[in-house]
Ligand binder design. Structure first.
Ligand SMILES: [Cu+2]
Length: 162
């Protein structure tokens, strides 16, 4: 009886591992802490931020939302004394690393907002992620925070012309 019990353990452990691995493959990319910066009535553009964690090497290749006409992945960088933004065609998501979209760095830029974003609102986003030669769509809800949240990038965004 005892020998059989011991022999059964590794098999059970292997089954658990297999289940965890296939679960990770389904999860594709974990998204956490997704939020959007709130806007004032005349403002038509804002930034969305989040942390992405890919279990296997992936790329963020597109974003869309019903809340705005256009959503683009942008990179913000200091160029001498000037903060500049540019659209990024694809954002690399290295395997098992956190990639942060945050004020002053990468962000999703929403342009042509259909309505002002108020604190407490939710912005539904669809992320297009390329992984293993396939493009999958992943839904994310970003919570709207105060206009002043993550202040460092606020001025640079205001000056930015698309
Ligand atoms: Cu931008």
């Amino acid at each position: 009886m005892q020998a059989r019990f011991l022999a059964a353990l590794p098999a059970a452990a292997a089954a658990v591992l297999a289940a965890l691995c296939s679960g990770a493959a389904f999860a594709q990319v974990d998204v956490s802490n997704a939020w959007a910066r709130g806007t004032v009535p005349a403002q038509t553009a804002t930034g969305v931020f989040m942390t992405l964690h890919a279990h296997e090497t992936a790329k963020l290749v597109g974003v869309s939302t019903p809340a705005a006409a256009t959503a683009e992945v942008h990179e913000m960088k200091m160029d001498g004394n000037v903060m500049r933004m540019r659209a990024v065609g694809a954002l690399d998501l290295p395997r098992m690393q956190d990639v942060e979209l945050k004020p002053g760095g990468y962000h999703v830029m929403l342009m042509g907002l259909k309505a002002p974003l108020k604190k407490g609102d939710t912005v539904p986003l669809t992320l297009r992620i390329e992984q293993g030669g396939k493009v999958i769509e992943e839904k994310v809800d970003a919570e709207v925070r105060d206009l002043g949240a993550g202040a460092p990038a606020a001025g640079a965004h205001g000056d930015h012309k698309h």
